[in-house]
Design a binder for this molecule. Structure first.
Ligand code: PMP
Length: 388
């Protein structure tokens, strides 16, 4: 018996459990805005299906009815660099490039692959990367895997960013500024024009923006925050994901053609993985083609989000959020778990977010709203949340 080999893992799990930090894979069946676990139906307040498209069966049926069986290929069967590069991949990339008015677009297996792969490919020892302190774990892994010198600036503190630029920029061949647009845990939004101006002030600087939580949701055509803030031209590496508002799987970057060609040659999570199945690409294209039409869903989501944020603010909750991601910071992990369990019992499916996902002492409930909800849902939620 070699049970002792496993003992440290078991000890660590017990320690996590004792501090309210143990993670388990939640179960539950989803239907529209509802999620049901062990016969208990709850309003789903933890989904990234921001426009309610993933739960829209009529939209799914429309896609299935118009897609011929021969296009329903469920595996690409190899990397895009071998035999996995189908017409569906190219069509989707062309559509994205033309929507964004960019030279090129490239699709990846997931946002995680994208963020963990682009920076190590583009950055070498002569590169300086300056990243917002709160960027997503996938970007942190990208920073860690790259050979660049990496510095993090305080969240949204562009004065500190400028000071770091002034101090270090001249010693490097190029600099990459990295930020999210709508931040995934606080729901606040970057001031992209300021970053574009900064980039122009310091020559040889590229701006990398992860719009995972903004694509589909922000901007008149749903292209994201850079569209809303009218600075699409100023973003060099604009990244989006398909697994959230766009109700699919995978991710994309719009960029210059030279960047796309370079990634095809140097980006390991693109080269050494099986391409996404053509059927997923076809579905993604079907959704992206309709992005403009979903303006009513975007407006509805914006109104619901404002309603929830205002309700929290009226109760004295400091409110960083300016989006559909609305956190309620509780502090200790155990308190966040307790409140989440209470809300779930009351029929609201909200999950606790704890370190290391968020900084120590800022455990929270993260409400993630979707256009499938209505104002009465939001009002019931706040009434229950603030009743002792
Ligand atoms: N970037 C951000 C900001 C995210 O929040 C996420 C996922 N939560 C990702 C990237 C990763 O995307 P994917 O789920 O497609 O791997």
């Amino acid at each position: 018996m070699k049970e002792y080999v496993y003992a440290p893992f078991a000890d660590e799990l017990r320690r996590l459990d004792a501090t309210g930090s143990l993670r388990v894979l939640p179960e539950g069946a989803q239907e529209g805005k509802w999620i049901t676990d062990s016969g208990h139906r709850m309003l789903n307040l933890s989904s990234n299906d921001y426009l309610g498209l993933a739960g829209d069966t009529a939209l799914r049926d429309e896609f299935l009815n118009q897609t011929p069986p021969e296009a329903m290929r469920f595996s690409a069967s190899s990397s895009r660099l071998l035999t996995g590069n189908f017409a569906e991949h190219r069509r989707l990339e062309q559509l994205l490039a033309s929507l964004y008015g960019a030279e090129a677009a490239i699709v990846f297996s997931s946002g995680y692959h994208m963020n963990a792969g682009i920076l190590p490919a583009l950055a070498d020892r002569r590169t300086l990367i300056l990243a917002d302190k709160l960027v997503h774990a996938s970007l942190i892994d990208g920073l860690r895997l790259s050979a660049a010198k990496c510095l993090r600036f305080r969240h949204q503190d562009y004065d500190q960013l400028r000071a770091l630029m002034e101090r270090h920029h001249a010693a490097f061949d190029r600099t990459i500024i990295v930020t999210e647009s709508v931040f995934s845990m606080d729901g606040d939004v970057a001031r992209l024009q300021e970053l574009v101006d900064m980039k122009h002030h310091f020559p040889g600087t590229l701006l990398y923006v992860d719009e995972a939580h903004a694509v589909g949701v922000r901007g008149r055509r749903g292209l994201g925050l850079a569209e809303e803030q009218a600075c699409l031209d100023g973003v060099d590496i604009l990244c989006g994901t398909f697994g959230k508002a766009l109700a699919s799987v995978g991710a994309f970057t719009v960029c210059r053609r030279v960047v796309r060609d370079y990634l095809v040659n140097r980006m390991r999570p693109l080269i050494f993985t099986t391409a996404l199945p053509p059927v997923n690409m076809a579905w993604t294209r079907f959704v992206v083609e309709r992005l403009t039409e979903f303006a009513d869903r975007r407006e509805r989501l914006a109104a619901l989000s404002a309603r929830l944020r205002e309700a929290f603010a009226r109760r004295g909750q400091a409110m960083p959020s300016e989006s559909h991601i609305v956190p309620l910071v509780v502090g200790e992990s155990s308190d966040a778990v307790r409140t989440a369990v209470r809300m779930q019992r009351l029929g609201f499916y909200v999950l606790p977010i704890r370190p290391p996902t968020v900084p120590e002492g800022t455990s929270r409930l993260r409400f993630s709203l979707t256009a499938a909800l209505d104002a009465a849902d939001v009002d019931r939620l706040t009434a229950n949340l603030f009743t002792p």
